[in-house]
Design a protein around this ligand. Structure first.
Ligand SMILES: [Zn+2]
Length: 488
């Protein structure tokens, strides 16, 4: 049992009791006593630059970078303009004609040591919107009731603007760096197509080669006005799409046959939908549950501590995975049927019916092993599986022992009243997998304190970011830079 951790959690809880009656905004960004900053940082007070960065965020939201087609060029030019004004020379890196990334560097020495460099990365593209479901203009950047509304406010233009602010704050502070700090804005993250970071790395790696990176993918969870925990993404599941194809005899629908492809496909999907892949724990998932157990309520915390127990482990795994789809997905490969297609006429039995399964593999698992299990489960010679060519690549996890991970923990604990900082294996994919494949210790830290309700709007309707959380995120990133990249 880790007593240090328990003491930290208790101390955090005690500190939070005192602020329980304050308004949320005040708890997110506690006002410093006049003249005495609560936690001095070599980069100084970031509240002015955070306000400035709210304007950059609003401008970036108004530049519609819905992917496809992306149109990141306008956003790239806008960011380059801001960097130029600060006397930082940006470089626009063309990935495909008309789609570019932006890179800029603060140097620590004449000769750069890429293995020490720290990369701040965020993507400029956003997912599409269903305008009819939004109550505000998704590209209007309306500020209302303490929120900024718009597609990308959280994912990922919020982090893009906050990275830019922290990077510029570091430049303005005119401090001595112990490593190069590199700002990178990428294109085509949401589609992972031919303008994505994979291609960017292949073409321009020398422009932003780094040993460490900070990206989206983690979370600072806010509940009842206080930060519950900070999750730092150090690994991610691997997406693979698989087509399920049923074949049968086509013919006139007035004379139904037993080998109808639609019926066979439907029956296969029902079986797959009810299937749970075997549980196994990666190092990161195990650490996540161990630490989360300490702050969850007694009942679920008890089961989280029993996940590995030989006698009641299996029951514990069921209770925990039933309690939360995220937890379920952290402990096993998952399969979500997402698309169905068959038929051309109401009165024609089609010869083929297809479905797409979106599979998320635990790092280390292979899709072929999973498909062997599914083939046995479906047990139908009319059904076959076809792995689609757009699969993600499995990357090694980032180390939980690196200096950078330790620096993130120190800063987050200090800034969020000793809220626990957990390593996180995200179920979704980010650009970090590609960086990890190039030996970068990449961590995901979406630095804004957000509620579950805020998170649900990511990729959804009425996406928004609380402005107080945005400011806090800018400050947190600046403090991480101060801790890790400023020479003492
Ligand atoms: Zn994103």
């Amino acid at each position: 049992m880790n007593w240090n951790r328990i003491i930290r959690v208790l101390a955090g809880a005690a500190a939070l009791v005192g602020v329980a009656s304050m308004p949320v905004a005040a708890q997110v960004a506690p006002p410093a006593a006049p003249g005495i900053p609560s936690n001095p940082s070599p980069i100084g007070d970031t509240s002015a630059i955070a306000r400035e960065a709210q304007g950059w965020l609003a401008d970036l939201v108004r530049i519609n970078t819905t992917n496809p087609p992306g149109n990141e060029q306008m956003a790239a030019m806008y960011i380059a303009g801001i960097l130029n004004k600060e006397g930082i020379k940006p470089e626009i890196l063309e990935v495909t004609p008309g789609r570019s990334a932006v890179v800029a560097r603060l140097r620590s020495a004449v000769m750069a040591d890429p293995s020490k460099a720290l990369l701040l990365v965020a993507h400029m593209d956003v997912v599409g919107v269903d305008k009819s479901k939004w109550t505000v203009d998704p590209f209007g950047a309306l500020m209302k009731d303490g929120y900024l509304y718009g597609r990308g406010a959280i994912d990922d233009k919020g982090m893009l603007a906050a990275n830019l602010a922290a990077f510029i704050a570091l430049k303005r502070a005119n401090v001595r760096l112990n490593r190069d700090v590199i700002f990178l804005a990428t294109a085509d993250e949401e589609q992972g197509g031919d303008a994505s970071i994979k291609i960017l790395i292949a073409k321009h790696w020398d422009k932003f080669a780094a040993g460490f990176a900070l990206n989206e993918g983690g979370e600072v969870l806010l509940k009842n006005g206080k930060v519950q925990y900070v999750a730092v993404q150090a690994s991610e599941k691997v997406p693979v799409n698989v087509a399920v194809i049923a074949r049968g005899t086509s013919g006139h629908a007035s004379r139904p046959t037993k080998d109808n492809a639609v019926v066979h496909l439907a029956s296969a999907i029902v079986k797959i939908g009810g299937y749970s892949a075997p549980v196994h724990f990666t190092t990161i998932a195990r650490r996540y549950f161990e630490q989360l157990a300490a702050i969850e309520d007694d009942e679920i915390g008890k089961w989280m501590r029993s996940l590995d127990a030989s006698d009641r482990g299996e029951h514990a795994q069921k209770v925990v995975s039933d309690a939360n789809p995220l937890w379920n997905s952290m402990m096993r490969d998952t399969i979500a049927p997402t698309m169905l297609s068959a038929g051309v006429r109401a009165n024609v039995i089609p010869g083929e019916a297809r479905a797409i399964l979106n599979i998320r593999l635990l790092p280390g698992d292979t899709v072929n092993m999973l498909l062997a299990d599914l083939t046995k489960l479906v047990n139908d010679p009319q059904i076959r599986f076809e792995i689609q060519p757009d699969a993600g690549l499995a990357a090694p996890p980032s180390s939980l022992e690196s200096d950078f991970y330790a620096a993130i923990i120190r800063v987050a604990e200090r800034e969020f009243s000793n809220a626990p900082v957990l390593p996180f294996q995200s179920t979704g994919a980010t650009d970090s997998a590609q960086l990890r494949l190039h030996n970068v210790q990449a961590y995901g830290l979406l630095p804004f304190p957000l509620t579950d309700e805020d998170f649900r709007r990511m990729h959804g309707d009425d996406e928004r970011i609380p402005l107080a959380s945005f400011n806090k995120g800018v400050d947190l990133l600046a403090r991480v830079l101060a801790e890790f990249a400023v020479a003492r």
